[in-house]
Design a binder for this molecule. Structure first.
Ligand SMILES: *[C@@H]1O[C@H](CO)[C@@H](O)[C@H](O)[C@H]1NC(C)=O
Ligand SMILES: *[C@@H]1O[C@H](CO)[C@@H](O)[C@H](O)[C@H]1NC(C)=O
Ligand SMILES: *[C@@H]1O[C@H](CO)[C@@H](O)[C@H](O)[C@H]1NC(C)=O
Length: 432
């Protein structure tokens, strides 16, 4: 009898804790846009009851989703996270807090606090952890359907000042890091799909890219399933946090991959290999992928070696004066044009073997920094960079990246332009 009782209890917990089977989506999808002035990438979710559309800047390495609770937060389903509750430990709460004004979202007694970062203004603070309903369009990988909701999505409340420096109108930041409370893990456990998400950043302001939660396909018109054209490289662990604020012993939640060499025009560039490895004691070195850095940033000696190789390969092409923050610029007319952007030598990030490399073509290596002037879109990160190579947004645009947390690997497509499509070709229907 006792064991029957346990079974019944478990069944009823299952029945009432998640969405019904009929509502279980295969995957979810959210639009991604680029803001031309801040160069930030942002997405849109719906949150609260009744649901409110909110724009959130995407931070690939962020710990969780945080948003402004000071401004007009009205919801019948908001619940603060009580001190010492399981979601507090899941979120790595730093302590318990209270609040000395009337209760409202973001202000309750005996709730746990989490630390929040805004990497754009290099500011961190602590605030209340909470749950509320969150919804996103579902998808079969071909098109988007009506919204499905997670009735108790864990997020952090932020004071309004933390939204400074974000694209106008953004309510906060969607951190997609390797934590158990960031949206990728939370949504996959809520809806029972593979712990994986895919990012396809648009290159054109005004055209929507796509952020998929759950497994592929990721269909881009006219008919490419980008999940079938990926190369994979292992995700590496950096045992030392690279966040602005962290607890001692906390690992990095960012996405590190193992670049072992860089080639320009298929010739290896001389690089100090120590800089390419993650120093397990200090957390320094290595390569990470970031959506909060607009252009790939290279430690000074790597930057010098790569730009020297690039200059050498284009020795016969007329240079143009530098356009900050770029140093290496050319007269656009002097460079040919190809389907994959300006005709320049490819930059290869060589990964776990000679055969696995991420090839960066002109569309992602050159930027029209001024009318008629194309510049090499990489920047010098200085000698004291924590991470030697930070692959930034511009180099990710019109590339599909799949972050497979279950298998601890990243799939990358290289430029989709080769396959005659772009990240702006997912068929969002009006329900999105
Ligand atoms: C928290 O407790 C303090 C002291 O009891 C009280 O003054 C305050 O109003 C409470 N705050 C909230 C948000 O309930
Ligand atoms: C390579 O880089 C490491 C880490 O910055 C440094 O300690 C070492 O001296 C460098 N080696 C050479 C040959 O420059
Ligand atoms: C986009 O999806 C809608 C809804 O499924 C479908 O009717 C339409 O034909 C699709 N558009 C294209 C260009 O495939």
């Amino acid at each position: 009898m006792a064991s029957n009782f346990v079974v019944i209890l478990l069944l009823s917990i299952l029945r009432f804790s998640g969405p019904s089977a009929a509502a279980r989506p295969r995957a979810l999808v959210a639009p991604l846009a680029k803001d031309p002035s801040t160069l930030q990438y942002f997405t849109r979710i719906h949150q609260r009851t009744p649901p409110v559309p909110l724009d959130l800047v995407v931070d690939l390495g962020g710990r969780y989703l945080w948003l402004d609770c000071d401004t007009n937060y009205k919801s019948s389903t908001y619940r603060p996270a009580h001190c010492h509750s399981s979601i507090c430990s899941l979120a790595g709460a730093v302590g318990c807090g209270g609040c000395f004004s009337a209760p409202r979202p973001g202000c309750h007694n005996n709730t746990c606090s989490v630390s929040l970062d805004n990497p754009f203004i290099r500011t961190s603070t602590f605030d209340e952890l909470a749950v509320d309903s969150l919804s996103l369009p579902s998808t079969d990988g071909d098109t988007s359907f009506s919204h499905v909701s997670d009735p108790s999505f864990v997020f952090a409340c932020a004071p309004v000042f933390l939204t400074r420096g974000l694209v106008k109108g953004a309510a906060g930041i969607a951190g997609l890091g390797r934590t158990r409370v960031a949206p990728p893990s939370q949504l996959s456990s809520r809806f029972g799909f593979r712990r994986s998400f895919a990012l396809c950043l648009p290159s054109t302001p005004g055209a929507s890219g796509a952020l998929f939660f759950g497994p592929g396909p990721y269909r881009l018109l006219p008919g490419l399933d980008a999940s079938r054209s990926l190369l994979y490289t292992p995700l590496l662990t950096n045992p030392v946090s690279t966040a602005a604020t962290f607890l001692r012993g906390e690992p990095s939640y960012e996405y590190f991959i193992g670049v072992t060499a860089i080639k320009v025009g298929e010739t290896a560039v001389p690089i100090n290999k120590t800089l390419l490895a993650i120093n397990k004691k200090t957390g320094e070195g290595g390569t990470k992928i970031s959506t909060t850095v607009p252009y790939t940033t290279l430690e000074t000696t790597i930057y010098k070696a790569v730009t020297a190789a690039f200059t050498g390969a284009l020795a016969n092409v007329a240079k143009a004066p530098a356009v900050a923050p770029f140093e290496l610029c050319y007269d656009a007319k002097a460079l040919g044009s190809t389907r994959v952007g300006p005709g320049v030598p490819a930059v290869d990030l060589v990964l776990q073997s000679e055969k696995v490399y991420w090839r960066i073509f002109g569309a992602n290596s050159m930027i029209e920094a001024k009318d008629g002037v194309l510049c090499f879109a990489f920047v010098d990160g200085g000698r004291k960079t924590t991470t030697s190579i930070v692959i930034g947004g511009y180099q990710l645009e019109d590339n599909l990246l799949e972050f497979d947390l279950g298998k601890s690997r990243v799939g990358f497509s290289s430029t989709l332009l080769f396959r005659r499509t772009t990240c702006s070709n997912f068929n969002f229907t009006s329900s999105a």
